[in-house]
Design a protein around this ligand. Structure first.
Ligand code: AMP
Ligand code: TRP
Length: 325
């Protein structure tokens, strides 16, 4: 079975963009692939984190994986820092990565923004650690949202460069990006992607939002000029809301357009809020029923399984590079 690897950072809140862009696809993949899903805490600390919060968020993200339908009997779920080979391989990949390759990364440019002088080496090196995550497991497919594709391109380049120099060790992975949902936009600004680090909570719907929060956020969501409910590139706010409606409600955009042919934004938004609430209710029920200690046990077991593969790859890498084991 082809191997799949992906991860989410335990920072900020997980929102429906994370679910639709990434996690939803993971659930589908686990039936016919060997899946490894990681909570990437070493990535989270590339920007400042409150240590207590980080611990809490790490367990929360694992619970979100489980509540979304990731089955630990089928897939491996673990925490990145439990498997030391991630940091070890990142160091080796650093030695074949060129500085301009990392300077080009748009996520770095976004996150460092005006504070480039304040940005840490870790933030700069983030894509190399991500390459290590993927290559350690000889991953074939990486299901992610569109914003991660540039990082996977770099991963492919590093894999090829390493293989050319030291012998065929790494599999060259490909990004698995679904057309729909790959880029869910902010509710308060449909030009920017929905983001867990957004300044306003009206940007996103968190997976743990209450029904009343959902209703309020959708009511406040910006819309475009005009009255008609139609999907169009020049109506980015409405296109985004229609995408969310379609993916969470399991109806095609065409059917939704037909349903609101003679209705306005108010009806559409009211129903959309209920579609989101109906999706979140069973999800949150499962989430709340999970026991932290059981989740920690699943993560420890997952790390053991991941480490078997990771240490095997590391030993091949070390031999190839000329490091004494
Ligand atoms: P992050 O929040 O950066 O840790 O992202 C976790 C996963 O969610 C990655 O696969 C992202 O590509 C995906 N993702 C994040 N934001 C969005 C969004 N607004 N729309 C679709 N996918 C997203
Ligand atoms: N950089 C990814 C994000 O912010 C998270 C991530 C880290 C990841 N390592 C990964 C995703 C390996 C896929 C594969 O979304």
């Amino acid at each position: 079975m082809e191997r799949i690897f992906s991860g989410v950072q335990p920072s900020g809140v997980l929102h429906i963009g994370n679910y639709l862009g990434a996690i939803k696809n993971w659930v589908n993949l686990q039936n016919d692939h060997q899946c490894i899903f990681c909570v990437v805490d070493l990535h989270a600390i590339t920007v400042s984190q409150d240590p207590k919060e980080l611990l809490k968020k790490t367990v929360e993200v694992a619970k979100i994986y489980l509540a979304a339908g990731i089955d630990p009997k089928k897939s491996t779920i673990f925490v990145q820092s439990h498997v030391k080979e991630h940091a070890e391989l990142a160091w080796i990949l650093n030695t074949i990565t060129k500085i301009p390759e990392l300077e080009r990364m748009t996520q770095f440019k976004d996150k460092a923004k005006d504070g480039k002088k304040e940005a840490s080496m870790g933030l700069f090196d983030y894509p190399v650690l991500m390459a290590a995550d993927i290559l350690l497991y000889k991953t074939v497919g990486v299901p992610v949202g569109e914003d991660q594709v540039q990082h996977i391109e770099l991963t492919r380049d590093l894999a090829q460069r390493f293989n050319n120099k030291f012998g065929e060790i790494f599999t060259v992975p490909k990004a698995l990006v679904r057309k729909e949902g790959a880029r869910i936009m902010g509710l308060d600004d449909p030009i920017k992607k929905m983001s867990k680090s957004a300044a306003s909570q009206y940007n996103y719907i968190s997976l743990t939002d209450s029904p009343d929060d959902v209703r309020e956020k959708i009511k406040k969501a910006v819309t475009d000029s005009g009255k008609e409910i139609v999907f169009s590139q020049d109506k980015p706010a409405l296109a985004n809301l229609l995408t969310i409606y379609s993916l969470l409600g399991g109806q095609t955009i065409k059917d939704i357009e037909a349903k609101y042919k003679d209705k306005g934004y108010a009806d559409f938004k009211k129903d959309l809020a209920e579609v989101v609430v109906e999706f979140l209710e069973p999800f949150q029920e499962k989430y709340n029923a999970l026991d932290d200690n059981e989740v920690l046990e699943i993560l420890r077991e997952g790390a053991k399984k991941a480490q078997v593969i990771a240490s095997q790859t590391m030993s091949e890498v070390k031999k190839a590079v000329g490091l004494i084991e």
